[in-house]
Design a protein around this ligand. Sequence first.
Ligand code: ZN
Length: 313
Amino acid sequence: MSAHAPAFDHEAYLRAIGWDGPPASPHGVACEVCDEDAPVTLVAEVDAGEQARVALPVVGCPRCGHVYQNPRFDAAFYETWYDRHYRRQVFGESQPERDYVADQARRGEYLARSLGQQLPATGALLDVGCSAGASMMAFARRGWRVLGTDPDAACTRYGRDTLGLDVRTEAAERMALPDGHFDFVMIIGSLEHVHDVGRVLSLCRAATRPGGRLLLEGRALGFGIQRGRFSHNHRRYLHARSMELLMLRHGWQPEWTTTDPLSGPTRPGAVHVLGCAAEPMPLPSLHARIAGGCRETIPALRARLASVLGAIA
Ligand SMILES: [Zn+2]
């Protein structure tokens, strides 16, 4: 049985985003954090680029408060979207802009300094959804062995050919990684874009050595609230609690949650969670953690989202 989803004119959505791929139809998605299947619509319309609004339901989970797009399309739809459209929308041309790469490099330097006390001096780093990979340069300079993955072929080619980095063209759900290898995995923003968040986090966990760390950065929710509108490009809009719960479910113990600007001043609204490799938490234990208060409530989310909701009304 498919999961519940609010009504959605997907043809209008596909037209609004300039979709030119094969016919695509959406399906309902249960909560990716806790499996609850009773979505509550929080936001009815999102930006479809150039500030055009389009109907696309963003829902909240009444059990844990996870905020996510529902319904959604299948994996092939999003792979085609990121391959054909996403970079053009973000960069406006085929190669990542110099300014973007310079900003990535600066964010990496901020991260390396911010996390200096929490990480070993050197080790093996994986950057999931790394784009050109410039965020890894600060770590490479400090002696880290670095590997980045991203589905965007033009960005990863730039990382290899121009920046000289080990960057693979790979969707996060299909990463081929060595077992128990990495000391530090970072997913800075891109976890909000991936299609199958559980699979990505499980792959990362299997590739992390005992004692290894994971850093998640979420900003779609905080930045959306600051701007007064959400982007249609995010499959989920992560907050501190949803990142902590995703970590627990997929094998990390959250150690440090902060809204401090760990990656510098160019990521307003970002929140970070750093976790240590652990065992995945069984669902009943996760539900008990949620019942104990590791959650957001729908009324609290509605209050936080007043700027986004108000802009639509
Ligand atoms: Zn949930």
